[in-house]
Structure formats: C-alpha cells, structure tokens
Design a protein around this ligand. Structure first.
Ligand SMILES: Nc1ncnc2c1ncn2[C@@H]1O[C@H](COP(=O)(O)OP(=O)(O)OP(=O)(O)O)[C@@H](O)[C@H]1O
Length: 605
C-alpha cells in the first residue's frame, strides 16, 4: 500500500481490487506492465489506482508521471477519476491527450534545440485555417472540384513516417497533397495537429539527448486506450520505455479499436504485450454489464473471449426493434416508447442514465429533433455539436460546474482548476505572477457562483476576466480559441445553446437531467444503464460493400455500442436507408441477423 499521504477514496477503491487477481497483479507490478482486457473490466480504474500508488511510493517530486490518452473526452474522464483519488494536473503530473503531451513536453521545450524544421514560436492552426490551406493546396494541384480527402491525408501523414519509403509514394496523390499542404502551413507560420505527432516522433527517434530529459521529468508513462494509437505514437512510447528507461503502464482492448481510418492499429497493443520485458495482464471480469449483455457482446463480436459478468444474477433487456419510417421513425419510437418505459422501470433512473447512439452527425440531427419535440433536454457529442471539446472548453465547463454548486462539495476541486489554468500557459511565468493569477481566478470564480444563471453571462465574464488575455498571449492556444469562440456564439441569444444555464454547461459530460446523444465513436469509455442504438441497417452500419478490414472495424463499432450498457440494449432498424439517390432497401444490419441467430442457438433470446 502507498506510504505517503493518500486519500480515503483511494484506499476504498484500492480495496476493490483485492477480489480480482488480474487487477491486483497489475497494481502490484514493478516494471513495464500492459493490461489487456475487455469492456467494463476496470482497465481505467486499475490504471488510475496504479498511478496513484506509483506517485505515492516510487516517484518523488519534482519528478512525476505523464498520463496520456487519445481523445479529449477520455482525457477529461481520466482527469475526473484521478481527481477523485486526490491527484490533480500539476507540473509533475501531466494528464491529457497525446497531442497535448507532444506539444507541451516534447516540441515546445526541445523542438528548437533539435533544429526541427518548424516555425517557432509554435502556433497552432485553427480548424478553419487548416481547412482553407488544405483546400487551396488541393485546388492548385488537382483542380477545384477534386474530392476532399483530409481524413486520408491525415492517416497517410501519421502512418508513413519514412517519406523515402515505397509506401509513401504508393499513394502518390496523398503524398503530393501533403507536401503542398505542409508548405502552405509553414508559409503562414503555422503547425497543425498531425505535425505534433509526426515531429514528436521525429524528435524522439532522432535525438538521443531528449530521452534522459523526458525521463528525468516523467520516469513513468501511463497510457489509456492504447488501441487508439497509431504507429507514430506507438514508436514514441516504445522508444521512451525501452530505450529511455521510462516505466510504462498501458491499458487497452484491441477489440475496441475503431479509429483505423486515422491510422490507429489495435495490433500494436497486442505486439507490445508480447514483449519479454513487459508483464502482460489479462482481465476477464466485466463489472459493468449484466451477464446476458456480456455474452451477447461476444456473440456480436464473433469471438470467444471468455468474459464473465461480475454479477451473474442481474436482469437485462436485449431488444431487436423494427421501426417503420427510417431514422425519423426510429428516433420517434425511442423518445415516445423506449425512454419513458426505461425511466419508469428503475427507481432513481434519470435521463442521464440513458444514451442514444448513432453513426454520424446527420443521424444525430434527426435524434436531436425528436428529443426536442418530446421536450427532453440533451447533451450531444458529434461533429455537429456547437463546439468541440478541447482542453480549454472542457476547463470552462468544469469551472461552470464548480460555480453552479460544485464548490459546496469540491467537485471539481478548485485547486485542480487552478493547476489546469497554469498548464495552459506555455510560456513560463514567475512564481509571483502565477500566485497573482491564481488569486484573481479564485476571486473571479467565487464572484460567479450561481446555480441557475445563464451560461452566456458566465462565459463572457470568464473571458473578460482572464481568458481573453491568456488566449491573446499564447499562440499555441489558437486552435482552442476557435472552439471558445464557437462556444460563445452558441450561447449567444439566438444561438444553438442560448437557453443553457451554468449547471447545464457544467454538466455537459453527464448531467442527470440530460439525455445523452452521441456517436458510437464518442461513446467509447462511457457507460449508461440504457443504450439505444439507432440506424442499424445495411447501408449505414455497415456501409454496403465494405472491405473485409473495414467490415471488421464496423463490427467492433457495433460491439463498442453494445458494451456501453449496464442493463438494457435496444437495437433499432427499418430495413432500409435513405440516401441522396432515394431509399435503398437492403434489409437490416447483418450484425443483428448474426447476433439474433447466435442468441437463438445459445437459447438466450
Ligand atoms: N474491482 C472492482 N470492483 C468493483 N467495481 C469495479 C472494479 N473494477 C472496475 N469496477 C467498475 O467497473 C466499471 C468499469 O470500469 P472501467 O471504466 O475502469 O472499465 P474499462 O475496462 O476501462 O471499460 P471500457 O474499456 O469499456 O471503457 C466502473 O463502474 C468501475 O468502477
């Protein structure tokens, strides 16, 4: 057990691991450790407890640990869980995305010294700037009506690291476009998101002197959702761990690898776990889902994994629900029939315990319209959401949560909000100035405490009080500023979130009063009592004629959706999809046919 000061919450949670030999083995590991396990098996729980233990027992400040993950949603979940154990972002504890790590702890401190061909000081392109430069370079090369291929371009840049290799020229169009786009970026003095990964990798790969410097600061590296990493990030981790003497604790599940289109590769995790110098731990118990859902998920995946539910007696609902009227009909059925029954069927269950999952933002629009018509408030996570979650918008939301009553029970903790604020400063400030800023921020937050005030006034006051000044002096935050501007526009009178109050802004990641609407991709890492999946028709999930690789990834996406549920899964379909060329009748998703057949064979329908 950790010997230094640790929270009671930590002790309580660590005691949970005692009944699970796998979790305990990971928790007791002394060298590199990789935990491979299925959904709901407590990977993230084990990771945060292990990190707390290492920080209490093995590492002394100013040395510390970096805890990284792929997406901002997962980073926020890690922050929340670590705060629950009394661990906050600090100068010796990085909690964030791999992109944030590459920027703050690799490229900013060492990029110039290593003479990387980047424009310093590093200024991030906003989404709008990078789209405009991407289009301009594509138009010049291929003419104005050329197809938009930004996802493919990003994948190519991140996956083929050696540009003299045959693989690079194998996709000649993407290679040429990349070169032209990067030249445009540099001419404008900007870098983009993929540069962080590509140059972070180059720095680590080619400059041996960087390794001991990173190791001195972060002798421990924890990685959540490892299966989301692509080859560049995997190389960064391996070099730090196996050549830089950084101790690695990684968790993930190759069956939940759903970002192949970005270059992610679940096989990298499996390979990592097979190394002789890594302790590999496999977890089998699922604490989240009822037994029927655990076994149905394996049937949906089409693989036998031997996962068991921790509570065998819990009842579950698994429903295949035909609906007339396509996605509109499915959304209407979900809000009119399924949600009211689900709310009534368990005492204390609220809208926040229910999620509607869909393939993309167009389906999200249809579900959101149905929810509005039924009078349900909702939170929505997809690309049509009014603003993207980046570190700054997440921080504003957490400040709103604190001001809207969270301060009474320190959820989130004020100290954590202050530390995260200091983390946004990429340029070093003197201690005196940092103290003064902390004092001003505390006074500002204290003055903005209100349970029901409109979120609009809160964000305006935060911007006028401190935020605008910070964003004006930190070019590295330019891309995040764009999202803060979008948040402000959405909250303005007439905007998409004009009605939002502070409590709702603060609760956008899980308020009991809001139904959750999110894409299947965004649902990874989340859990809900009731999961309603819409759009389970051939032509949507999966698309028609997907390649075998793509089809496997679509199946994993379906698996991720199913495994978010604790008690109920409702799978809605119509047997057709609406396309720009009219209605296409190809039947429901083959994943449903297979699942229903396997459940019938097993006698579990
Ligand atoms: N040993 C344990 N005892 C009791 N509950 C546990 C234990 N381990 C995990 N849990 C609970 O199980 C649930 C799932 O845990 P967690 O989110 O850490 O799983 P995960 O493996 O990261 O899931 P996923 O891959 O699906 O995101 C959480 O509610 C967590 O508190």
């Amino acid at each position: 057990m950790p010997s230094r000061s640790i929270s009671a919450a930590y002790l309580g949670q660590a005691a949970d691991l005692a009944g699970n030999p796998g979790q305990l083995a990971a928790y007791d590991s002394t060298g590199h450790c990789v935990v491979l396990a299925g959904p709901g098996s407590g990977k993230t729980k084990t990771l945060v407890l292990k990190l707390a233990r290492i920080l209490a027992e093995d590492v002394r400040a100013p040395r510390g640990a970096a805890c990284i993950t792929y997406s901002q949603e997962c980073a926020r979940e890690l922050t929340r869980r670590l705060e629950g154990l009394g661990l906050r972002e600090a100068s010796n504890l990085f909690i964030g995305t791999v992109h944030g790590f590459c920027l703050r702890h690799l490229l900013m401190p060492y990029g110039r010294l290593a003479d990387l061909p980047l424009p310093f000081p590093l200024t991030m392109a906003t989404q709008r700037q990078s789209e405009a430069l991407f289009k301009r370079s594509g138009d010049r090369l291929f003419g104005v009506n050329h197809p938009w291929k930004s996802i493919d371009l990003g994948r190519h840049r991140r996956s083929v690291l050696d540009r003299t290799a045959d693989d690079w020229e194998a996709e000649a169009e993407l290679a040429a476009w990349t070169v032209a786009y990067e030249a445009e970026l540099r001419r404008t003095g900007l870098i983009d998101f993929d540069d962080l990964i590509v140059f972070g990798q180059q720095l680590i790969a080619e400059h041996d002197w960087v390794l001991p410097l990173v190791q001195a600061k972060f002798p421990v590296l924890a990685v959540d959702e490892y299966q989301d990493l692509g080859v560049a990030l995997d190389r960064i981790v391996r070099r730090l761990a196996f050549e830089g003497d950084v101790r690695l604790f990684a968790v993930g599940d190759p069956d939940q690898s759903i970002y192949g289109f970005t270059g992610a590769d679940g096989g990298l995790l499996t390979d990592l776990a097979e190394r002789g110098d890594v302790e590999r731990v496999q977890l089998q118990l699922n604490y989240r889902s009822a037994a029927r859902i655990v076994s149905a998920s394996e049937m949906a995946l089409g693989e036998t994994r031997g996962y068991q539910a921790s509570d065998q007696a819990r009842q579950a609902v698994i429903a295949f629900v035909p609906c007339d009227g396509g996605l509109e009909g499915q959304a209407a059925h979900a809000v009119a029939e399924i949600i009211p029954v689900a709310l009534a069927s368990k005492p204390g269950r609220s809208l926040g315990d229910i999620a509607v999952l869909y393939k993309d933002f167009r389906a999200g629009n249809i579900v959101a319209d149905a929810a509005t018509a039924a009078g349900y408030d909702y939170v929505r996570i997809d690309t049509a959401a009014p603003y993207r979650k980046v570190a700054l918008t997440s921080w504003i939301e957490d400040c709103a949560a604190w001001c809207a009553g969270g301060w009474r029970e320190a959820r989130p903790q004020l100290r954590g909000l202050l530390d995260r604020w200091h983390g946004f400063r990429r340029t070093r400030v003197r201690d005196q100035q940092a103290r003064e800023e902390a004092r001003r921020l505390t006074a500002l937050l204290w003055s903005l405490r209100d349970d029901e005030a409109p979120a609009r006034g809160f964000v305006a006051a935060m911007r006028a009080g401190l935020l605008d000044a910070l964003m004006a002096t930190e070019p590295g935050l330019a891309d995040q500023r764009e999202q803060v501007d979008r948040m402000t526009e959405a909250l303005a009178v007439g905007g998409a979130l004009a009605e939002l109050d502070m409590a709702s802004l603060g609760g956008r990641d899980g308020s009991p009063l809001h139904l959750n609407l999110l894409t299947l991709h965004s649902a990874k890492g989340c859990e809900y009592d009731v999961v309603i999946m819409v759009g389970l028709d051939l032509g949507s999930l999966p698309w028609l004629n997907e390649s075998p690789t793509k089809l496997r990834e679509s199946r994993r996406l379906f698996y991720v959706g199913l495994t978010r549920a604790r008690d109920e899964v409702h799978m809605l379909y119509s047997g057709f999809v609406d396309t720009p060329r009219g209605r296409m009748y190809r039947g429901r998703s083959p994943f449903l046919n297979e699942l229903e057949q396997r459940m019938a064979e097993a006698g579990t329908t």
